[in-house]
Design a protein around this ligand. Structure first.
Ligand code: PRP
Length: 212
Protein backbone atom coordinates (compact mmCIF):
# COMPACT_ATOMS: atom_id res chain seq x y z
CA UNK A 1 0.00 0.00 0.00
CA UNK A 2 1.10 3.55 -0.72
CA UNK A 3 2.19 5.58 2.29
CA UNK A 4 1.29 8.88 0.62
CA UNK A 5 -1.98 10.64 -0.10
CA UNK A 6 -2.08 11.59 -3.76
CA UNK A 7 -4.09 14.50 -5.02
CA UNK A 8 -4.60 15.04 -8.76
CA UNK A 9 -5.00 18.63 -9.90
CA UNK A 10 -6.41 19.71 -13.26
CA UNK A 11 -3.59 21.53 -15.04
CA UNK A 12 -4.16 25.17 -15.94
CA UNK A 13 -6.63 27.61 -14.40
CA UNK A 14 -7.99 25.22 -11.77
CA UNK A 15 -4.44 24.21 -10.82
CA UNK A 16 -3.51 27.82 -10.04
CA UNK A 17 -6.65 28.38 -7.96
CA UNK A 18 -6.30 25.09 -6.08
CA UNK A 19 -2.64 25.83 -5.33
CA UNK A 20 -3.62 29.28 -4.03
CA UNK A 21 -6.01 27.58 -1.59
CA UNK A 22 -3.30 25.12 -0.53
CA UNK A 23 -0.82 27.93 0.00
CA UNK A 24 -3.35 29.87 2.07
CA UNK A 25 -3.83 26.75 4.20
CA UNK A 26 -0.06 26.64 4.89
CA UNK A 27 1.21 23.96 2.50
CA UNK A 28 4.64 24.59 1.01
CA UNK A 29 3.88 24.62 -2.72
CA UNK A 30 7.02 26.53 -3.77
CA UNK A 31 8.27 23.75 -6.06
CA UNK A 32 4.94 23.83 -7.91
CA UNK A 33 5.18 27.58 -8.32
CA UNK A 34 8.43 27.51 -10.27
CA UNK A 35 8.05 26.82 -13.98
CA UNK A 36 8.87 23.21 -14.87
CA UNK A 37 7.63 20.18 -16.81
CA UNK A 38 7.57 18.01 -13.70
CA UNK A 39 4.28 16.18 -13.06
CA UNK A 40 4.52 14.71 -9.54
CA UNK A 41 5.50 16.76 -6.50
CA UNK A 42 5.96 15.68 -2.89
CA UNK A 43 4.99 18.52 -0.57
CA UNK A 44 7.76 19.12 2.01
CA UNK A 45 7.08 17.84 5.54
CA UNK A 46 3.89 16.03 4.51
CA UNK A 47 2.89 12.65 3.10
CA UNK A 48 1.05 14.43 0.29
CA UNK A 49 1.90 14.09 -3.38
CA UNK A 50 0.45 16.47 -5.96
CA UNK A 51 -0.06 15.12 -9.49
CA UNK A 52 -0.77 17.43 -12.45
CA UNK A 53 -3.06 15.97 -15.10
CA UNK A 54 -5.57 16.84 -17.80
CA UNK A 55 -9.14 17.16 -16.52
CA UNK A 56 -10.50 13.85 -17.85
CA UNK A 57 -7.38 12.03 -16.64
CA UNK A 58 -7.89 13.37 -13.10
CA UNK A 59 -11.11 11.32 -13.08
CA UNK A 60 -9.35 8.25 -14.53
CA UNK A 61 -6.55 8.33 -11.92
CA UNK A 62 -9.00 8.83 -9.05
CA UNK A 63 -11.36 6.10 -10.32
CA UNK A 64 -8.49 3.63 -10.49
CA UNK A 65 -7.26 4.59 -7.03
CA UNK A 66 -3.75 5.63 -8.08
CA UNK A 67 -4.77 9.07 -6.84
CA UNK A 68 -6.89 9.34 -3.69
CA UNK A 69 -8.59 12.58 -4.57
CA UNK A 70 -8.74 15.11 -7.36
CA UNK A 71 -9.85 18.62 -8.25
CA UNK A 72 -11.76 18.77 -11.51
CA UNK A 73 -14.44 20.89 -13.19
CA UNK A 74 -18.09 19.88 -13.05
CA UNK A 75 -18.03 20.11 -16.88
CA UNK A 76 -15.66 17.13 -17.10
CA UNK A 77 -17.59 15.23 -14.43
CA UNK A 78 -20.84 15.72 -16.34
CA UNK A 79 -19.31 14.66 -19.65
CA UNK A 80 -17.21 11.72 -18.51
CA UNK A 81 -19.03 10.44 -15.41
CA UNK A 82 -17.50 7.52 -13.50
CA UNK A 83 -17.35 5.87 -10.07
CA UNK A 84 -16.10 8.22 -7.37
CA UNK A 85 -17.51 10.44 -4.65
CA UNK A 86 -18.09 14.05 -5.62
CA UNK A 87 -17.47 15.60 -2.21
CA UNK A 88 -17.47 19.38 -2.34
CA UNK A 89 -17.93 22.39 -4.58
CA UNK A 90 -14.84 24.58 -4.15
CA UNK A 91 -16.68 27.61 -5.53
CA UNK A 92 -14.00 28.69 -8.00
CA UNK A 93 -13.67 28.05 -11.72
CA UNK A 94 -17.25 29.23 -12.05
CA UNK A 95 -18.83 29.24 -15.49
CA UNK A 96 -21.80 27.50 -17.13
CA UNK A 97 -22.87 25.28 -19.96
CA UNK A 98 -25.21 27.12 -22.30
CA UNK A 99 -27.08 26.58 -25.53
CA UNK A 100 -26.19 29.41 -27.91
CA UNK A 101 -26.66 30.39 -31.52
CA UNK A 102 -26.43 33.30 -33.93
CA UNK A 103 -28.26 36.41 -32.74
CA UNK A 104 -31.90 36.30 -33.77
CA UNK A 105 -31.80 32.66 -34.96
CA UNK A 106 -34.28 30.08 -33.63
CA UNK A 107 -33.33 26.51 -32.82
CA UNK A 108 -36.72 25.11 -31.89
CA UNK A 109 -39.72 24.63 -34.19
CA UNK A 110 -37.88 24.43 -37.50
CA UNK A 111 -39.65 21.19 -38.54
CA UNK A 112 -36.39 19.26 -38.69
CA UNK A 113 -33.93 17.76 -36.22
CA UNK A 114 -31.69 20.55 -34.90
CA UNK A 115 -27.94 20.05 -35.36
CA UNK A 116 -25.91 20.90 -32.25
CA UNK A 117 -22.12 21.26 -32.32
CA UNK A 118 -20.28 20.71 -29.05
CA UNK A 119 -17.15 19.52 -27.30
CA UNK A 120 -19.53 17.86 -24.83
CA UNK A 121 -21.80 15.34 -26.64
CA UNK A 122 -22.90 13.57 -23.43
CA UNK A 123 -23.92 16.82 -21.72
CA UNK A 124 -25.76 17.83 -24.91
CA UNK A 125 -27.59 14.50 -25.25
CA UNK A 126 -28.63 14.54 -21.60
CA UNK A 127 -29.89 18.13 -21.88
CA UNK A 128 -32.06 17.47 -24.93
CA UNK A 129 -33.25 14.10 -23.69
CA UNK A 130 -34.62 15.86 -20.57
CA UNK A 131 -36.62 17.95 -23.01
CA UNK A 132 -37.66 14.83 -24.97
CA UNK A 133 -36.11 16.39 -28.05
CA UNK A 134 -34.23 14.66 -30.82
CA UNK A 135 -31.04 16.41 -31.91
CA UNK A 136 -28.10 15.52 -34.11
CA UNK A 137 -24.84 16.10 -32.23
CA UNK A 138 -21.58 16.92 -34.00
CA UNK A 139 -18.39 16.71 -31.92
CA UNK A 140 -16.03 19.67 -32.27
CA UNK A 141 -12.65 19.84 -30.51
CA UNK A 142 -12.40 23.58 -29.81
CA UNK A 143 -13.61 27.04 -30.84
CA UNK A 144 -17.07 25.52 -31.14
CA UNK A 145 -18.44 29.01 -31.86
CA UNK A 146 -17.31 28.51 -35.47
CA UNK A 147 -19.89 25.80 -36.15
CA UNK A 148 -23.04 27.98 -36.33
CA UNK A 149 -21.08 30.74 -38.08
CA UNK A 150 -20.02 28.29 -40.80
CA UNK A 151 -23.60 26.91 -40.93
CA UNK A 152 -22.45 23.45 -39.81
CA UNK A 153 -24.86 23.54 -36.87
CA UNK A 154 -28.01 25.32 -35.75
CA UNK A 155 -26.57 25.93 -32.29
CA UNK A 156 -23.83 24.98 -29.85
CA UNK A 157 -23.67 23.70 -26.30
CA UNK A 158 -20.51 25.16 -24.84
CA UNK A 159 -18.89 26.68 -21.80
CA UNK A 160 -19.62 30.36 -21.24
CA UNK A 161 -17.56 32.25 -18.71
CA UNK A 162 -17.55 36.01 -19.38
CA UNK A 163 -19.66 35.72 -22.55
CA UNK A 164 -17.12 37.66 -24.62
CA UNK A 165 -16.36 34.83 -27.07
CA UNK A 166 -20.07 34.57 -27.92
CA UNK A 167 -20.46 38.35 -28.14
CA UNK A 168 -17.43 38.90 -30.33
CA UNK A 169 -18.73 36.30 -32.75
CA UNK A 170 -22.33 37.52 -32.98
CA UNK A 171 -23.76 34.65 -30.93
CA UNK A 172 -26.08 34.71 -27.93
CA UNK A 173 -27.24 32.37 -25.19
CA UNK A 174 -30.67 30.86 -25.79
CA UNK A 175 -30.79 28.84 -22.59
CA UNK A 176 -28.57 27.90 -19.65
CA UNK A 177 -27.79 24.19 -19.44
CA UNK A 178 -25.95 23.80 -16.12
CA UNK A 179 -23.69 25.70 -13.72
CA UNK A 180 -20.02 24.65 -13.53
CA UNK A 181 -17.35 25.01 -10.85
CA UNK A 182 -14.40 23.09 -9.43
CA UNK A 183 -15.27 19.96 -7.44
CA UNK A 184 -13.28 17.63 -5.20
CA UNK A 185 -13.68 13.98 -6.15
CA UNK A 186 -12.52 11.06 -4.01
CA UNK A 187 -11.74 7.43 -4.79
CA UNK A 188 -14.38 5.08 -3.36
CA UNK A 189 -11.95 2.92 -1.36
CA UNK A 190 -9.68 5.79 -0.25
CA UNK A 191 -12.71 7.61 1.17
CA UNK A 192 -12.92 4.82 3.75
CA UNK A 193 -9.26 3.82 4.15
CA UNK A 194 -7.84 7.35 4.35
CA UNK A 195 -10.89 9.14 5.66
CA UNK A 196 -9.14 11.41 8.17
CA UNK A 197 -6.30 12.51 5.89
CA UNK A 198 -8.68 13.17 3.01
CA UNK A 199 -11.11 15.11 5.19
CA UNK A 200 -8.23 17.26 6.40
CA UNK A 201 -7.11 18.09 2.86
CA UNK A 202 -10.68 18.86 1.80
CA UNK A 203 -11.24 21.26 4.69
CA UNK A 204 -7.91 22.92 3.92
CA UNK A 205 -9.01 23.34 0.30
CA UNK A 206 -12.38 24.73 1.33
CA UNK A 207 -10.83 27.28 3.65
CA UNK A 208 -9.21 30.51 2.60
CA UNK A 209 -8.95 32.29 -0.70
CA UNK A 210 -11.34 34.97 -1.82
CA UNK A 211 -10.36 34.30 -5.42
CA UNK A 212 -13.05 33.10 -7.80
C1 PRP B 1 -13.86 28.16 -23.62
C2 PRP B 1 -15.24 27.94 -24.22
C3 PRP B 1 -15.51 29.23 -24.93
C4 PRP B 1 -14.80 30.25 -24.07
C5 PRP B 1 -15.80 30.93 -23.18
O1 PRP B 1 -12.93 27.90 -24.60
O2 PRP B 1 -15.26 26.81 -25.07
O3 PRP B 1 -14.98 29.21 -26.23
O4 PRP B 1 -13.85 29.54 -23.24
O5 PRP B 1 -15.22 31.94 -22.39
P1 PRP B 1 -15.82 33.42 -22.36
O6 PRP B 1 -17.33 33.29 -22.15
O7 PRP B 1 -15.14 34.06 -21.17
O8 PRP B 1 -15.49 34.09 -23.65
P2 PRP B 1 -11.37 27.69 -24.30
O9 PRP B 1 -10.71 29.01 -24.10
O10 PRP B 1 -11.21 26.72 -23.19
O11 PRP B 1 -10.85 27.08 -25.66
P3 PRP B 1 -11.54 26.17 -26.79
O12 PRP B 1 -12.59 27.01 -27.46
O13 PRP B 1 -10.45 25.80 -27.71
O14 PRP B 1 -12.16 25.00 -26.08
Amino acid sequence: MRDTIRIALTKGRLEKKTLARMKAAGYDISELESPSRKLIFRLPDTNIEVVLAKAADVITYVEHGVCDLGVVGKDTIMEKGGSFYEMVDLGFGKCRFALATKKGKTVYGNYRTPVIATKYPEVTRAFFSRKNMDVETIKIEGSVELAPLLELADAIVDIVETGSTLKENGLEVIEDVAPISARVIVNLASAKMNKTAIQRIISDLERGGEEQ
